[in-house]
Structures are given as structure tokens and as C-alpha cells.
Design a protein around this ligand. Structure first.
Ligand code: MV4
Length: 496
């Protein structure tokens, strides 16, 4: 096993990886910025090293400094977590050069899957179903219009280097094409330094289903079933679950088989996720592959009993997979709620500051992956994710009930959290009956009219008012809506 691992991340995922290190007897080395001097990951690790100013580009994204530090402290390996360097091919190559084991995939797999048209071509060659569309970047408006008519409107224009929702535009007719083309190319160039765009048939009202896989360096693969990730807002997932209540045994057999084919095709090793869109008729299409450990990995851990971070360590060492596919089965149902420091009644504005009161839920079937504790600061510099509350139940209803119980016990004051908003979702009939798609949040909370995920209305005043009213009507024995007036008075008493 590795002797010392540097964790190139922060927050809940750094804490999660430190815990895996401790389980395996590995010395954990954390890095921290100015903002994280007394963060939980900084305090919890066996060793902690100051890496630079709060702004991520000078600390958590300072490649040379991190690699030099890993060498200096004698770390055998670097775990990137998610975000930051997790899918950065340059960083992976720099690790190889420095003879430090990167706990993740090869730079080849990352590059291949980072280019959407190359990924589509590779999937197509390997008979993994892709969304109908082009597999080459468009070379002109004229060609694009011709392709769109072959595919059939509505089509979706996407950036080749895109991902996570940026650089996409729905087009309904020929006369919308040129302006959409110019806009998407401009956004793509600015965001990804690559203005290549391509076309896909626009799949309406799909579900987002993804499959967890593990691959080792000897070419062995297993899948760990699917996750349902449709409950999102502006490409930020809010609630994830495993398994999907929409996926039947036959569909599961097919989609997990295609996920393994996708991973094989790009010679993948590490934990990875293949994302699919699934339509009402359970047709599914490859969307993209996430070449990293994902935020929502715990729901898979709870239904399979597999520790995915531990498996990542073992794979990185070059070991053969220790689990056989036939020994895996789905046990019960798991849900994850992402606890964000944001104000749902203020158009989900991030809420920063000190958490001066914090009580964590626990009890049967409850897991909390948190990066913060009482006294911690939520900084403007980073992701507003406070923690992930994960529940396990014998079935979906039991997991939901346990989530409701756990949310009701969870007390956070000093910053506003989305806990009340999560409670609204959990009791929504469209959520409980499982009939939701990727437009759930927008359709049910953000507008009186049906609105697709793509029409980013600037006028969300009504939506904010609606959510605010809904949250106010929510009776809860938890601290009164983290009321800012109460809090500042409290803060005065406690900290002045
Ligand atoms: C799509 C789509 C519909 N049709 N592609 C969003 C981000 C990127 N991962 C791809 N995305 C989508 N691609 C076709 N051909 C709808 C989305 C999409 C989406 C996908 C998964 C989860 C949430 C989403 C929210 C809005 C749009």
C-alpha cells in the first residue's frame, strides 16, 4: 500500500479521502490555503501544508507547487478528489514525470473523454448508443443547417470541449441557426479556448441516469449499478439516488453493459461514471464520461457495500480488482441530499460567513460526509457545498423517510442553507412518485409555466417570491429559517 498520500483538495471530499487513508494505514497529507487554515480537512489530516492564498489558482490549482510539495514530503501518490485537478491531463502527465502515482485515470482517457466529438466517435465505433447527431465539428452555418434538417429539429448545438452545461443552445428552426451558431462558438472560445461545435438531436424531458464503473490497470471491469441524478438546478445536482426506480432489470442489464463497453473503449482505469440520457420509453444515449470519483459516489457505496475510495487506491497500485461482478447486488435504496450554503428564496444566492451553530443528524441509515463544523467559515472562494447527507433504507420510501428525519435534525446557523428547500422537494408528489425528469426543479418551483432547462430567464423575481412563500409556510422546529436578524444578535452575544 502507499505510505503517504497528498490530498490535492479541500472540504468534504478531502475529509472523505483522509478517512480512507486512515482505514488503510496510509499517512494523509492535506494542503490548505489562507481561507482554510482552520478548516476540518486541515485539522484532521496527519500532516497539513500551507499552499498559498485563498484564490484557488494560487493554491489548490497551483500545479508546480503541489507537485514540488509532494516530492519534498515524500508522498507516493496524489489523490485529486473531484474538481480542481481531477480531470486535468497536464497535471496527470506532470505526476508521471515526477514519478508520483496519480490516483485516477491515465491522461489518455481524460483527453479522449474530454473531447465530445472524439468520445462520440469512439462510442459509436464500440456500439455504445449515442444521441443522433454529428461526430465531427461543424465547418459552416450551411453545413450545420443541412445536418439539422437530417437530424430533425429541435437540435442541440454543443461545444466540443464543453461539459457541465456550458456552451449549449437549443435550435428549433433554420432561421434560428446562424445566431445560435455564432453565440455558441463565441461562448465556447471564451470558456474552453476551443470554438468547435457539433450537433445532437435535442432529447426532450429525459432523465439523467449514470452508471458507476471500476476498471483496473490489467483491463478488468465491473459496474456498480446506476444512479438517478435528474434533480438538479442549472447543472448543479441537488438530490441523487441509487438505484433508479425508473430502471427495470432488463434496462439495467443493457445500460450497465454499455457503460462497461464505454470504459473499455477508452482503456479506462480508476472509478468512473458513464452518463446517459434516458427518454420516456427507456431508450438511453451516451452523454459523457466523468473520469473521476464523483460527488454522489456515497449512494453507490451504500447500496453495494463497496468503498470506492479504497478501490481507487488499490487500482492505482496496480492491483487486480478485488470484487467480482457476480458478487455484487443492489441492497436497499440510498438517497443523497447536497447541503449547500445558499438562499433558495434569494435566487439561490451563495451565503458566506461563519457557521456558529452546527448540529449534525445521525441515527439508523444516516451518513454525513461533511467538510465543516461549528466555527468553520464558508468562503466566497470555493464551492458552497457544506456537506452531503446520505440515507439508506430497505426501500425508496424508507430512505426518503429517513432523509426527512435527518434533515429535521440538522441545524446550521450563521449561513443560510438549502435544507428547507430540500424538504420541499422531498414531499413533492412528482418527486415521491418518481415521475420527474431533468426539468423538475424549474417546472415545479421556478415558474408557473412549463419551462425547459435551457431558457435561462433573467426575470426570476416571481420564482424567488414563490420559493420564499413556500419556505415560509414550511413549519419546522429547526432554527427559524436561519433568520439573519436573530443570527446577528446571537453572533453579537456569542462572539463580541
Ligand atoms: C443534452 C440534453 C438533451 N438532449 N443533450 C447538460 C450538460 C451536459 N452534460 C449535457 N446536457 C444535456 N445534454 C441532448 N442531446 C439535455 C442536457 C441537460 C441535462 C443533462 C443531464 C442533467 C441535467 C441536464 C439539465 C439540462 C440539460
Amino acid at each position: 500500500m502507499f505510505k503517504k498520500v497528498l490530498i490535492a483538495n479541500r472540504g468534504e471530499i478531502a475529509v472523505r479521502i483522509i478517512r480512507a487513508c486512515r482505514d488503510l494505514g496510509i499517512t494523509s497529507a492535506a494542503i490548505y490555503s489562507d481561507a482554510d487554515k482552520s478548516a476540518q480537512h486541515t485539522l484532521l489530516a496527519d500532516e497539513s501544508y500551507y499552499i498559498g492564498p485563498s484564490v484557488a489558482s494560487e493554491s489548490y490549482l497551483n500545479k508546480d507547487k503541489i507537485i514540488a510539495l509532494a516530492k519534498k514530503i515524500g508522498a507516493d501518490a496524489i489523490h485529486p478528489g473531484y474538481g480542481f485537478f481531477a480531470e486535468n491531463a497536464d497535471f496527470i502527465e506532470a505526476c508521471e514525470k515526477a514519478k508520483i502515482n496519480f490516483i485516477g485515470p491515465s491522461s489518455y482517457s481524460v483527453k479522449m473523454m474530454g473531447n465530445k466529438t472524439e468520445a462520440r466517435t469512439l462510442m459509436d465505433k464500440n456500439n455504445v448508443p449515442i444521441v443522433p447527431g454529428t461526430t465531427k465539428p461543424l465547418s459552416s452555418v450551411k453545413e450545420g443547417i443541412k445536418n439539422s434538417n437530417e437530424i430533425g429539429y429541435p437540435v442541440l448545438l454543443k461545444a466540443v470541449a464543453g461539459g457541465g452545461g456550458k456552451g449549449m443552445k437549443v435550435i428549433h428552426s433554420d432561421d434560428e441557426f446562424e445566431s445560435a451558431y455564432e453565440t455558441t462558438k463565441r461562448v465556447a472560445l471564451k470558456s474552453f479556448a476551443n470554438d468547435d461545435v457539433y450537433l445532437e438531436k435535442f432529447i426532450e424531458q429525459p432523465k439523467h441516469i449514470e452508471v458507476q464503473i471500476l476498471g483496473d490497470k490489467k483491463g478488468n471491469y465491473i459496474h456498480l449499478f446506476e444512479r438517478e441524478c435528474s434533480i438538479q438546478r442549472r447543472h448543479q445536482k441537488i438530490i441523487e439516488e441509487a438505484p433508479s426506480s425508473f430502471v427495470d432489470e432488463k434496462t439495467r442489464e443493457k445500460i450497465t453493459n454499455e457503460a462497461i463497453n464505454a470504459a473499455k473503449a477508452c482503456k479506462y482505469f480508476n472509478a468512473g461514471t458513464i452518463e446517459f440520457l434516458m427518454d420516456k420509453d427507456k431508450n438511453f444515449y451516451f452523454l459523457e464520461m466523468n473520469t473521476r470519483l464523483q460527488v454522489e459516489h456515497p449512494v453507490t457505496e451504500l447500496i453495494t457495500g463497496v468503498d470506492l475510495v479504497m478501490e481507487q487506491f488499490s487500482i492505482a497500485l496496480g492491483n487486480k480488482l478485488t470484487i467480482n461482478q457476480k458478487d455484487l447486488k443492489i441492497s436497499g435504496h440510498a438517497l443523497e441530499c447536497r447541503i449547500y450554503a445558499e438562499d433558495a428564496s434569494e435566487n439561490f444566492m451563495p451565503s458566506v460567513g461563519k457557521i456558529f451553530h452546527y448540529k449534525q443528524p445521525s441515527g439508523p441509515g444516516v451518513r454525513l460526509d461533511s467538510g465543516f463544523e461549528e466555527g468553520s467559515e464558508i468562503s466566497i472562494h470555493y464551492d458552497p457545498l457544506i456537506s452531503k447527507l446520505i440515507t439508506w433504507g430497505t426501500d425508496r420510501e424508507n430512505a426518503i423517510n429517513r432523509m426527512k428525519r435527518a434533515l429535521s435534525e440538522y441545524q446550521i446557523a450563521g449561513v443560510t442553507s438549502n435544507i428547507s428547500f430540500l424538504e420541499l422537494i422531498l414531499k413533492h408528489p412528482v418527486f415521491t412518485d418518481g415521475s420527474f425528469d431533468i426539468n423538475f426543479v424549474e417546472n415545479e418551483f421556478l415558474s408557473g409555466d412549463k419551462k425547459s432547462s435551457f431558457e435561462n430567464s433573467e426575470d426570476e423575481t416571481d420564482a424567488a417570491a414563490l420559493i420564499s412563500a413556500l419556505l415560509k409556510s414550511q413549519s419546522s422546529h429547526r432554527i427559524k429559517k436561519n433568520n439573519s436578524v436573530n443570527i446577528s444578535k446571537w453572533q453579537e452575544q456569542m462572539y463580541e
